[in-house]
Design a protein around this ligand. Sequence first.
Ligand SMILES: [Fe+2]
Ligand SMILES: [Fe+2]
Length: 253
Amino acid sequence: MVAHRKPPVFLDPAHCPQAGRERMKLPQPIANFGSEHPDPEPALLRRMRETGAVFMMGDNPELPQMPARPQLLDFFHYRFSDIAFMHLLQSARTALDAGQNETVVIACLLHDISNGALMRSDHGYWGAQMIAPYVSEEVAWAVQYHQALRYFADEAAGFKYPDAYNQFFGPDYKPPQYICKAHEQARNHRWYMTSRLITIYDVYAFNDNWDVNPEIFTDIIGRHFKQPAEGLGFDNSPVAHMWRSMIWPNNFL
Ligand SMILES: [Fe+2]
Ligand SMILES: [Fe+2]
């Protein structure tokens, strides 16, 4: 296990919803596109009719149990992939060590939050939406626009096109039109440098020998991320469903 992740606690399957039945998991449709695997839904529907199996709803005992009122770091510990967990912490720590202000540090801590357990495609836009009710407008803006800015060098600000992107996408990759336009818009915006600093402290070369304890950010989170008393996912905000989808990612509907 990655250092500083809280040890997971798993539910007893007997105490899960639909206990005693086979609970089938249908992958989210967006994950099936373009894969060589056929759409599994018809076969699972057949299985339901033939065997009495049901589709999973609610807690999956194979996933770490979430607290009843989950807070931001609970999603880090119990839902995010190891790479996302370490990447976000390393980026925020790099900004902190460079003496950046807390707005930049929290933006770095949250910048790829969508990749943790929800959605990779257009992750800056998804991430900005997820956090918008809980952070300043500037932080959400910076997270959204880092999506575009990381494709464009700004050598005067100290950012060159990441070597990792030549490997990820190939050296001939050109970003699409909407990303080019977003970059143009951001360049003249008053918060440009907040978003640009995300791209500067983004740790493009993943370092699996550097453990950062998330607890060092507790105070900064307390000052810059308004955690709802009901827990993320249960505050009836316009984005609560996004957080619930990470709590119960296997729900059939
Ligand atoms: Fe990113
Ligand atoms: Fe990143």
